[in-house]
Design a protein around this ligand. Structure first.
Ligand code: SAH
Length: 356
């Protein structure tokens, strides 16, 4: 009887036009296989109807692992003195981008790094302009917090997308995870303000939380999903928290693949037309088919690594990261296989947002 009640409540919720926080919490608590299958199937239908069958590819270039921040979860945090640090030179960054776009046919180059002021406003501007001069692609930035003025200049230089996660919508937890210093003043409010300003400048903005952080509750995850629509963002990037041995969160439990898939599926059902990525962190927890399952539960983006092999081992935000012994060609082949395997197509255009 109890099972029937739950199943009929599930059907009612899945047929609703808009979900409340209570509905989202109900869905996040599902754990029976047939119920989860129902949730994932619904998300897949919503994806197909609102986004279609294209899977877009963003080539991610991890150009520096220097960071002035000390985020408690992150393997490249400033206080990790065991890590050898690297910075890729401007010219090499442009060469790597050229290879990814002109040879591997990727349409977006996502530049990611720690928060590294060695790359001044002028240098980042030059990198964006040189890439756009030589390649027919979009440039996306994932370089952390910079001033609004800087982001305006990057937009003027041609960058059109930004990826900056809010990490968790639980303000208290955010504060715990992001210590401020004389160099960095971190707060949830500041992060949200920046995301809103980036939207105003005209960027297509991607954001999201980590899933399964120590101290994070189901209610927090539900609030994370509602935050997407509150901020009217274009893309959701979220993955499981994975504990890193050289951080203060060493020894904590990792997030799970199942909760990450539920988050993807519910986000798809709630937000409908945003882009959602199948993240590397999820692939790391489920090497066998994490990306395939994500694409079948609402996701429509893949982010293969285009960083040269020699740097990859040094950019482990979390341990056992996938693909550190591969090169960009391997990763390009691999994503195309994944897309074929799930019976979808590689997006042909730039893969710009459908949500204007
Ligand atoms: N410095 C940039 C890029 C951050 S790296 C910025 O601050 O925006 C990209 C994302 O990796 C982070 O935003 C965080 O959500 C995620 N990440 C970092 N450490 C992690 C860990 N231990 N487990 C899972 N994800 C992690």
């Amino acid at each position: 009887m109890e099972k029937e009640t739950c199943t009929s409540e599930l059907s009612t919720i899945l047929n609703k036009e808009e979900l409340t926080k209570k509905d989202i919490i109900f869905l996040l608590k599902l754990n029976k296989k047939e119920e989860l299958d129902k949730l994932f199937k619904k998300a897949d239908e919503v994806r197909k109807k609102n986004i279609g069958n294209d899977v877009h590819i963003r080539g991610i270039l991890e150009f520096s692992n220097h960071c002035k921040n000390d985020c408690l979860y992150c393997g490249i945090r400033k206080s990790n003195l065991k890590l050898k640090r690297y910075r890729i030179k401007q010219k090499e960054i442009v060469e790597i981008a050229k290879n990814a776009v002109n040879k591997l046919e990727f349409k977006t180059v996502l530049l990611q790094s720690g928060e590294d002021d060695f790359y001044t406003t002028e240098i980042i501007e030059e990198i964006i302009k040189s890439i756009l001069n030589e390649c027919n692609c979009r440039v996306a930035l994932s370089i952390g917090e910079r001033t609004i003025e800087e982001y305006k200049r990057f937009y003027k230089a041609g960058a059109r997308r930004c990826l900056i996660r809010f990490e968790t919508s639980n303000k208290k937890l955010f504060r715990k995870l992001h210590p401020s210093s004389s160099l960095t003043k971190n707060s949830f409010e500041k992060r949200i303000m920046l995301i809103k300003e980036l939207k105003k400048i005209g960027y297509q903005v991607g954001t999201g939380p980590m899933i399964g952080l120590p101290g994070q509750k189901i209610e927090d995850l539900a609030e994370d999903i509602l935050t997407y629509n509150k901020l009217d963002i274009n893309m959701a990037g979220m993955g499981p928290f994975i504990s890193h041995h050289n951080t203060p969160l060493a020894g904590n439990k990792n997030g799970t693949s199942e909760m990450s898939l539920k988050m993807i599926a519910i986000t798809r059902i709630v937000c409908k037309d945003i882009f959602i990525s199948a993240t590397t962190a999820l692939q790391t927890l489920n090497k066998l088919n994490g990306r395939e399952l994500a694409l079948q539960s609402g996701a429509n983006l893949l982010m293969p690594n285009i960083t040269p092999k020699k740097y990859r081992e040094l950019y482990q935000l979390y341990p056992n990261k996938v693909c550190i012994y591969e090169n960009p060609y391997d990763c390009a082949n691999c994503v195309n296989k994944v897309i074929q395997l799930v019976g979808r197509y590689t997006g042909k255009g730039y893969g710009d947002t459908l949500r204007k």
